[in-house]
Design a protein around this ligand. Structure first.
Ligand code: GDP
Length: 458
């Protein structure tokens, strides 16, 4: 196997800062010999792959640290090159001294994402899998971790690679027609081609649609809490988060700016956005707050409208709902302060489609769990299945959209009986954009752009 890179790179693989241990990673043809040149213990060049060795890192006569050397002989390693991982004590001074020493012995400081870039260049991962590594490292919830794992296992790329192959077959048939253009023959059956393109377009469009949920899982689902001043929005926010973070006060309209907190429900992160009260804006600061609230509502994945079940009249409630609840944005109408009611609360009001009513007491923390589950059900549940492929990456989304455009041009072309050369061009473009996702088609710019977003050592 020919490996892409000739030099050996080194970087700290664990997080910066003091820890119990730090792991320094070397990768490249000289990884084992360089590690061996600073190691007092067994001869590392004579050890078999996937073994760990205890000893000292020495700079001449000076012992820098007691370490464990883990040996991975290529191609059985993350990068497919020789890799050594040095587990040392996690002091910045020790780590820096060891890295400096390794550089003195011939290694080079790794650039951001360079280990994963090598894994890609050496055929260990395809591009979307490499990006999944970055997502996995950044994953902050169970769901975002699962989406990244699914992508890392190649579910997403396999699907696209299979599609691409089918299209390649047709592209070659069409190319063949170009060679026989004088004779006016059709090797590629247009009905079959149309059917194939429709099938591919269906899958591509499903992947495009999955971005909304995929992105929400990665970034957190926006959840706006709105309502009149004193309805209990801040109290509810605290009850949901189970700690006193936002300022709660008796003076109406104290929560002037929007506040974001993250709440985890069933493994999904929800970004709770508390907003300024929506009514009775008397001063300028308040007016700006209200405008912001309306803007946030227009962009949210779900709206929690909170009102004081004791104080607010049905007429006012109806006016608020008409103003705030937008078609297409799921909403929960939250009747708050039900602890103050003597009787069972009933609301005789037809609610807009996609809207539910929940009765709670934010202060007494009653029915908060019920509200949480409803938030989850209305946004995520049903859309999320374990093995479904979710697009979480804006680069993939753009490539899929371009693929889709090209496929639609192919369909139009077949419909209007366009000549083979135009069809061939559009099919080629579709192939190109599909290939950009998995890395079958890649340019240096694209690679730099992707890998520079990694941290050093990854
Ligand atoms: P906001 O202006 O909508 O953020 O309202 P706050 O959360 O600041 O609450 C306004 C007042 O209502 C505070 O005095 C809260 O203690 C009170 N409050 C909030 N929720 C409840 C509740 O469920 N029951 C009762 N009894 N009081 C509540």
């Amino acid at each position: 196997m020919t490996l892409y890179q000739e030099d050996t790179i080194v970087a700290l693989a664990t997080a910066n800062g003091v820890g119990a241990i730090g792991v320094i990673r070397l990768s490249g043809p000289q990884a084992i010999t360089i590690a061996n040149s600073v190691f007092k213990g067994k001869d590392l060049t004579k050890q078999v792959s996937h073994t760990i060795h205890f000893g000292n890192v020495v700079d001449g006569d000076v012992i820098l640290d007691e370490v464990l050397m883990s040996i991975f002989v290529g191609p059985r390693s993350y990068t497919r090159e020789n890799v050594v991982e040095i587990s040392c004590h996690g002091s910045n001074y020790i780590i820096e001294s060891i890295i400096k020493l390794l550089i003195k012995r011939g290694a080079r400081a790794a650039k951001a994402g360079e280990f994963t870039m090598r894994a890609f260049l050496n055929g260990q991962l395809d591009l979307s899998q490499a990006e999944a590594v970055a997502d996995l490292i950044a994953a902050n919830s169970k769901a975002s971790q699962q989406a990244a794992m699914q992508q890392l296992r190649g579910g997403f790329s396999n699907q696209l690679a299979a599609l691409r192959e089918q299209l390649v077959n047709f592209a070659s048939l069409i190319e063949l027609e170009l060679d026989f253009s004088e004779e006016d023959v059709e090797f590629a059956n247009r009905d079959q081609l149309r059917q194939l393109v429709i099938n591919i377009e269906n899958v591509v469009s499903k992947l495009i649609q999955s971005f909304e949920l995929g992105n929400a899982i990665k970034q957190g689902v926006n959840t706006v809490i709105a309502g009149r001043p004193n309805a209990g929005k801040s109290t509810l926010l605290n009850a949901l988060l189970n700690e006193d973070r936002a300022i709660v006060s008796h003076i109406a309209g104290t929560t002037r700016d929007t506040i974001e907190e993250v709440l985890n429900i069933n493994g999904i992160n929800f970004r709770l956005i508390d907003t300024a009260g929506i009514r009775e804006a008397t001063d300028t600061v308040e007016q700006i707050g209200v405008a912001k609230t309306m803007e946030k509502i227009s962009q949210t994945a779900i709206l929690l409208y909170v009102y004081d079940a004791l104080e607010l009249s049905v007429v006012d409630l109806q006016a608020d709902i008409a103003e705030l609840v937008k078609p297409g944005i799921p909403a929960i109408i939250v009747a708050n302060k039900t602890d103050l009611l003597d009787d069972v609360y009933t609301l005789d009001l037809p609610l807009p489609k996609g809207t539910d009513l929940v009765q709670i007491s934010a202060k007494e923390k009653q029915h908060i769990d019920e509200l949480k589950q409803l938030i989850y059900t209305k946004t995520v549940k049903g859309q999320l299945s374990a093995d479904e492929t979710l697009i979480t990456n804006i680069r993939h989304l753009e490539a899929l959209q371009r693929t889709q455009d090209a496929l639609i041009r192919v369909l139009d072309g077949i419909g209007s009986q366009t000549t083979s050369d135009f069809l061939a061009m559009d099919i080629k473009q579709g192939l190109h954009y599909l290939g950009e996702i998995t890395g079958a088609v890649s340019t240096d710019d694209l690679l730099d752009n992707i890998f520079s977003k990694f941290c050093i050592g990854k």
